[in-house]
Design a protein around this ligand. Structure first.
Ligand SMILES: [Zn+2]
Length: 257
């Protein structure tokens, strides 16, 4: 794979990881036509090739029951050369995990895949399909569905579909809308908290004991006159209370002796 193409694939896969939460191992749904191409192009190591294009070492190949039925039918109906190739394809596909679709009457592979993947691709499948009709249908209908196919004998990762790009734009728009709303909320909170912060309730505490401590010296019979005419600098109530306490004790102590 050319370096330029590898770079653009890496970027593309990263977009799917980022916006659609794709995670290793990538689950690749392989349809009957892609399976046939693998045999036709004599791909030696399909998982390695898929991994190269999807920029991962962990690919989990899967095939639906209906796609498998299509392969069996091709094997039955084929003649000579084609039959041999179909048998090879069946043998190859049997190595992959069977994705149960539970279609009792087998659907056409495209219809089966559409149902298995679902409108939102919630199981984060990647699709490997060579049937152009199937690719086009699923590409148009399902956002966040990476698709690979063979072009001649070259495996390509399709560029992002319109519906996928629109979906990403929608996600981004929602994100920024939420963050601006959050920003507003935060600013509201700040405004509401500001006045409370200006007058914390703790400041009232030192004032509380003052009336009681003031009474004691008054109750004493002979409170001595203030010794030193200290300049009145009653900056806070607390300071003055301390001063009074000291004086009170000094007054009662000599009387007790
Ligand atoms: Zn099915």
């Amino acid at each position: 794979m050319r370096q330029k193409r590898a770079k653009s694939y890496k970027r593309l896969v990263h977009q799917y990881v980022l916006h659609f939460q794709f995670r290793d191992p990538f689950q690749v749904l392989i349809d009957n036509t892609f399976a046939r191409s693998l045999v036709q192009y004599k791909v030696h190591d399909p998982l390695h090739q898929l991994g190269n294009v999807l920029c991962t070492s962990k690919v989990k190949p899967m095939i639906t029951q209906c796609c498998m039925v299509a392969l069996y039918n091709a094997e039955k109906e084929g003649e000579s050369d084609e039959k041999a190739r179909a048998s090879q394809t069946v043998a190859l596909a049997k190595q992959w995990e069977r994705r149960k679709c539970n279609h009792r009457e087998p659907l056409a592979p495209g219809a089966c895949l559409e149902q298995v993947i679902g409108p939102t691709n919630q199981h984060r499948y990647m699709l490997a399909a060579d049937d152009p009709m199937v690719r086009r249908m699923l590409r148009r209908g399902i956002p966040g569905l990476p698709i690979v196919h063979y072009s001649q004998s070259v495996l390509v990762l399709e560029p992002m579909s319109d519906v996928t790009e629109r979906h990403i734009a929608h996600i981004e728009a929602n994100k920024s809308a939420i963050s601006s709303a959050e920003r507003q909320l935060l600013e509201q909170d700040k405004d509401e908290e500001a006045p409370e912060a200006a007058q914390p309730p703790k400041r009232k505490r030192p004032k509380a004991p003052n009336p009681l401590s003031v009474k004691k010296p008054k109750a004493a019979k002979a409170p001595p006159p203030p010794r030193a005419p200290e300049p009145h600098t009653e900056t806070t109530a607390q300071q003055s209370s301390r001063r009074r306490k000291k004086r009170g004790r000094g007054g009662t102590a000599p009387g007790a002796d």
